[in-house]
Design a binder for this molecule. Sequence first.
Ligand SMILES: Cc1ncc(COP(=O)(O)O)c(C=O)c1O
Length: 439
Amino acid sequence: MEEKKKAKSDFRYSTGETKVPWAAIGENVDTDDTLEIVKFLIPPGDDKDDYDEQLLKVEEELKKLKEKGNYATKLSLGNKVKELEEEVKKLLKVKYACLVTNATAGFEIGLKFCGLKPGDEVIAPAITFLSTIQYPLEIGAKVVLADIDPRTINIDPEDIARKITGRTKAIMPVYIGGYPPDMDAIMKLARENNLGVVEDSAHAFGGWYQGKASGTIGDFGSYSFHEVKNVNALGEGGIVVTNTDFGEDFPKSRFGGFDIAHPIEKWLYDVVALKGKGEHYSVAGNHSSTEVQAVVLLNQIKRVGKIIETRRKNAEYLNSRFAEIEGIIPSPLDTDEIKGTYHLYLFRLDTDKLNGDIQDFKDKLTEKGVTQIPHFAPLYRFSYLKQLGYDTEAIRKTCPNAEEVFLHKFTHLPLYPLTEEQLKYMADSVIECVEEMRK
Ligand SMILES: Cc1ncc(COP(=O)(O)O)c(C=O)c1O
């Protein structure tokens, strides 16, 4: 069969009817490549012979399809990315959305527009993932860790208030496990003190707070579509959103400040710096994402409502099993005002009623074959802050709740994808462990 020609360009500028067109894609994604992706995403199960037989059929069908079809002509930042962004805007009722490599890139973009520069201060919760504070640390801004509310493990607005100084530029509330922090109080503080708010809504895509989508309440919100999240973009992905109009600067913040609409003299494009608050300019990074990731995410976000519902039901089941068990404090669930995403189930012990604490509990649970559940350690406990010159001992003293819940009181349980048997086994095992620890 004669090899098909590459399709003509649809690169960012039209090449018209040139004899030698620009092709946006160097090497086509060929049928072999597609088959390898299929094999990777759906590896063989127990019956290898049957698998190979089915795979041969897929290969034949793919070849036939190729004869009828064409090659994709765009792999990075094309129409699928645009379509996804439009869908997300509708779903979250937010004005601007930008697909990026991961949530961490979104925090960077948000903080740049907040005008964050070296020496400024950013307030973030003591308990979160390392990414929340990565960009401030990278540029030499100062990270100030606030204590958490032991009921939700989210940032405590009262401690934020205590830690605001004349150098504070932004607050970064985090939706741990998808449960909203006290955004009302946080926004009040931010407005009173003229601070930017960049929501770490990595866990919170599809959640709601007082009728607004989680992540759309502050100045920016950034969601994660990393493989472990409720929905994913082939392993990595993020979307940063805002309701503030930054004009063309917002989409440019994802790709180097590249400005094709206003080319410089004798060249095809311009490169611009991003203007943040207070006239502080910063350089845009490259956080571009791919069409294939957008295709997958477009599909997965159609299921997000159902996924959250399944997780919520699992959380309700766990709460119903734990309600009467002395020593367990059930997880906060939805209210009229709050719709969580149930990325994780917040599990807390009432240690006054038990011999031992969460560390003993986790050891026991592991013995029963319920895998050790990763959860978040306070950031001041990791080496990097000390290595960067932070007095981590002093920080620890200002975050007594974070220290107490981390050492003694909380962990997270997984919610999905668990079979009914696994969920029941986990609930039974948790109850057995707690009963063994009862005073
Ligand atoms: C609380 C929190 N914030 C931020 C992130 C970072 O998300 P991403 O990997 O998409 O950058 C994670 C990732 O797990 C997270 O748990």
